[in-house]
Design a protein around this ligand. Structure first.
Ligand SMILES: Nc1ncnc2c1ncn2[C@@H]1O[C@H](COP(=O)(O)OP(=O)(O)OP(=O)(O)O)[C@@H](O)[C@H]1O
Ligand SMILES: [Mg+2]
Length: 496
């Protein structure tokens, strides 16, 4: 809030507050004074500074006001001015979150990462995003980054490195393993799809498993397989772990994709596209209007009819279902809902209803979720004749070995490292991938032609868990969780 606004608000609420300004440089014309306003020598005053950087201008103002004869009682610094010039910073790490202590329902955050993020934000340029070391590590393959000058942080052992985000990369991860295993699971998906076609039914497949076990990858492989074979309409949405107004986000993504609605479209454009998409699949105009009205809130469109936005969920559910079924009548439809462990119960209710509809259309609904889904909905998918559950188990040792060999471009690891690695990976492909990435990041794994070579005498760290692998990708970031060894893991990690 500017000093002028403070005086105006004080006046409105009936308080007598005299405002004055202290000039940085006295004007050559006019009164030529440093202090301008209805104040007299001998008055008490408070200096208001809207953004304090070094405090230098506050001190200068105090000197000038004191020279004028004002008695300065204090300095009011507004450190968090609402500014239209946005700047942002992203840093990654662990923080302690105290949900109970915060006032007004706000969580209290503590930890090094919070301080680092705040320091980064201070230096971020207007409309720019600055990221720290850990964020760079995590997002390096997805973002184009430009190194920004280091900054010395008092009390820290090393200068803080920073990067400026230049843009988002279209290409995916640099290191991706060839698809390995899943010889049972992929055919299960195929069979469910064949059933939707043969019986013209809705089939529900739920794929569950630990983070990084390969749910998303399995679905992606299934897509490639189907698309190589026949035309299918593939629509996909994901549930988000946070945010407001995201109850039906995943479904919104599906509808937006179907209608070609972009994030940049305004509500009017969204409404027009939605209308066109509905007209394309719903030949019978009798129900079209209310169905479109039910869909409008999902895609941020202005509603074309008074019904819809405030309709009961029941009517909306019916409208959404009718739209999806109408799409499937034209082309076999595969609907994918990712990360159902974060779904709002209302979305789960809708998907449940969709699967139970018994409508005679070829529609395959594929859901992925971490096992927590079953804590939330113990009976998810249960008792339905058209439902299949695929619980992804870890890759076998043999499969993990193959995966590692491919990831390391057949570079040979010392036998003992290899054994520990297999054990610690627990058959999790993400662990194997992150391990390979870590070796590349640290210059331990090099490419000689098409073959990988482990730098001779290199210390090969074998982190305990996926979490530790990600942390260990940068040596400066991880303290003590690495295994120093010329070719073998350290004894203190319990290696035989
Ligand atoms: N069978 C596999 N063969 C080769 N690589 C795989 C396999 N399964 C997964 N991966 C790789 O492992 C990484 C993690 O897999 P994915 O993203 O599918 O995990 P997820 O189970 O969906 O995890 P989350 O719960 O976090 O969404 C990906 O980079 C993926 O390509
Ligand atoms: Mg996933």
């Amino acid at each position: 809030m500017s000093p002028g606004a403070i005086i105006t608000l004080a006046g409105r609420s009936g308080r007598r507050l005299k405002g004055f300004i202290v000039r940085k440089e006295a004007k050559q014309h006019g009164t030529g004074r440093d202090v301008e306003g209805p104040v007299q020598p001998g008055d008490s005053a408070v200096i208001v500074e809207d953004v304090v950087t070094t405090g230098g201008s506050s001190l200068a103002a105090i000197d000038k006001a004191a020279a004028f004869g004002l008695a300065i009682r204090g300095v009011l610094a507004i450190i968090d001015r609402l500014d239209l010039d946005t700047r942002a910073a992203v840093e990654t790490g662990e923080a302690l979150v105290d949900l109970a202590r915060g006032d007004a329902g706000e969580a209290v955050l503590a930890g090094e990462v919070v301080t680092s993020a705040a320091l980064l934000r201070e230096d971020a340029p207007v409309a720019g995003v600055l990221v720290g070391e850990r964020s760079r590590q995590a997002a390096r393959t997805a973002l184009d980054l430009q190194e920004a000058p280091d900054v010395v942080v008092p009390g820290a052992s090393a200068p803080m490195r920073r990067w400026l985000v230049q843009g988002v990369r279209a290409s995916a991860r640099a290191i991706q393993a060839p698809f390995t295993g899943r010889a049972v699971e992929l055919p299960l998906l195929e069979q469910a799809f064949v059933r939707t076609l043969r019986e013209s039914t809705v089939q529900l497949v739920t794929i569950t498993g630990e983070p990084g076990i390969g749910k998303t990858r399995l679905v992606a492989e299934f897509r490639t397989l189907l698309e190589n074979r026949q035309p299918v309409l593939w629509r996909q949405g994901r549930c988000l772990p946070y945010g407001d107004g995201i109850t039906y986000w995943a479904l919104g993504e599906v509808v937006k994709a179907q209608a070609g609605i972009l994030e940049s479209d305004d509500p009017q454009q969204a409404a027009e596209k939605l209308e066109a998409a509905a007209t394309a699949v719903l030949e019978d105009p009798t129900h079209r209007d209310w169905i479109v009205a039910s869909l409008a809130p999902l895609v941020g469109a202005v509603s074309t009819s008074p019904v819809g936005a405030d309709e009961r969920a029941e009517t909306s559910f019916t409208g959404w279902r009718r739209f999806l079924e109408a799409i499937a009548v034209h082309d076999p439809l595969v609907l994918v809902f990712e990360d159902l462990q974060w779904a709002d119960p209302a979305l789960l209710d809708f998907l449940d209803r969709l699967a139970d509809s018994g409508s005679p259309v070829p529609m395959l609904v594929v859901c992925t979720a971490r096992p927590e889904l079953y804590d939330m909905r113990p009976g998810w998918g249960g008792g339905k004749r058209n439902s299949t559950a695929i619980a992804l188990s870890p890759l076998s040792e043999e499969e993990t070995g193959r995966l590692l060999a491919a990831l390391l471009a057949r570079a040979v690891l010392p036998g003992v490292v290899h054994d520990v690695l297999l054990e610690r990976s627990g058959g999790n492909p993400l662990y194997a991938e992150e391990f390979a990435r870590m070796l590349v990041d640290r210059g331990i794994l090099e490419r000689h032609g098409r073959r990988g070579v482990i730098a001779p005498g290199a210390e090969i760290p074998v982190p305990e868990s996926i979490h530790a692998v990600i942390a260990a990708r940068n040596p400066e970031l991880s303290r003590g969780d690495l295994v120093p060894s010329a070719g073998g893991p350290s004894p203190e990690r319990g290696v035989p």
